[in-house]
Design a protein around this ligand. Structure first.
Ligand code: NAD
Length: 252
């Protein structure tokens, strides 16, 4: 299956990759749903990381969020992140559609990244939308505690991430759909494919009859539609695929 995956990658020119939290677990960032290690075992993200939860209890959001934040900000890209960046450099990858907010694709050098659930680089006031950088938000927390508040209207500042119940950024979702309408191979890495509306996106490739490769430890609702399912650790899988590529890159 690894050899076949390498062949599919080598013969494709418009690969689209969808990534989820599973690609970053080996960088030390817990995902939501992995048994035992997933965040879901510790908090209920549907409350803590929801738009209504944030409005009702912004302090709780920051209390829990700040415990996870250092692991995200200090994390380094994994072999899989580097692998995707190298595919982009070889001009065979159209885009990475990531559900992650950790910025690791960009840290690895990827440029064509659609951050469909936003990122932590900035935040905004929930009332007047005034923008603040992560550094400004951190300074406010240091000086005045949580939640950080807008200097104009004293309302909480929310990071620019999509919480459960928030609409997705329209333009990004449109770009993601377009990528899938034109791709010649879809690779899905480290996602349970249970979070909507992203979990609907692979249907575009399924309907077009495009080859789909899934790399995930657990089963996903799209396994039955996939050409290949690689149920091993993602870094290990990418390392093995790389060895079968015509011009393998040197893993970092
Ligand atoms: P998820 O937690 O629902 O699913 C992650 C999947 O990855 C699981 O099915 C698990 O089996 C698999 N997995 C974990 N580690 C793996 C490994 N080393 N090798 C192979 N498979 C592995 O994640 P999701 O589908 O991305 O949805 C959760 C939502 O929460 C998304 O919006 C996500 O972006 C967000 N989230 C993001 C981060 C981050 O930015 N790193 C972390 C946690 C949650």
């Amino acid at each position: 299956m690894i050899k076949k995956t390498a062949e599919f990658i080598s013969s494709s020119r418009k690969i689209v990759v969808i990534t989820g939290a599973g690609i970053s677990t080996e960088a030390g960032i817990p995902d939501f749903r992995s048994p035992e290690t997933g965040l879901w075992n510790k908090v209920n993200p549907m409350i803590t990381f929801s738009s209504w939860g944030f409005k009702l209890r912004p302090k709780a959001f920051y209390r829990i969020g700040l415990k996870i934040l250092p692991s995200i900000l200090n994390a380094q890209p994994t072999l899989a992140h580097h692998f995707l960046a190298r595919l982009e450099q070889r001009n065979c990858l159209s885009c990475v559609i990531t559900q992650n907010i950790d910025g690791l694709h960009q840290k690895a050098g990827s440029k064509k990244v659609i951050e469909i659930h936003g990122n932590l680089r900035k935040g905004h006031c929930i009332k007047c939308n005034k923008e603040y950088t992560l550094e400004e938000i951190n300074l406010k927390i240091e000086n005045d505690g949580i939640p950080p508040k807008c200097e104009r209207c004293k309302k909480p500042i929310k990071p620019n991430i999509v919480l459960f119940g928030d609409p997705l950024p329209y333009e990004d979702f449109y770009k993601a759909e377009k990528g899938l309408q034109e791709c010649d191979l879809l690779i899905i890495i480290g996602s349970s494919l249970l979070v909507y509306p992203v979990a609907d996106l692979p249907h575009i490739a399924v309907d077009r009859g495009v080859k789909i490769i899934i790399m995930n430890l657990e089963r996903t609702p799209f396994d039955k539609d996939a050409t290949l399912v690689l149920r091993n650790r993602i870094d290990e899988t990418c390392r093995e695929i790389n060895e079968f590529l015509k011009e393998p890159f040197t893993p970092q």
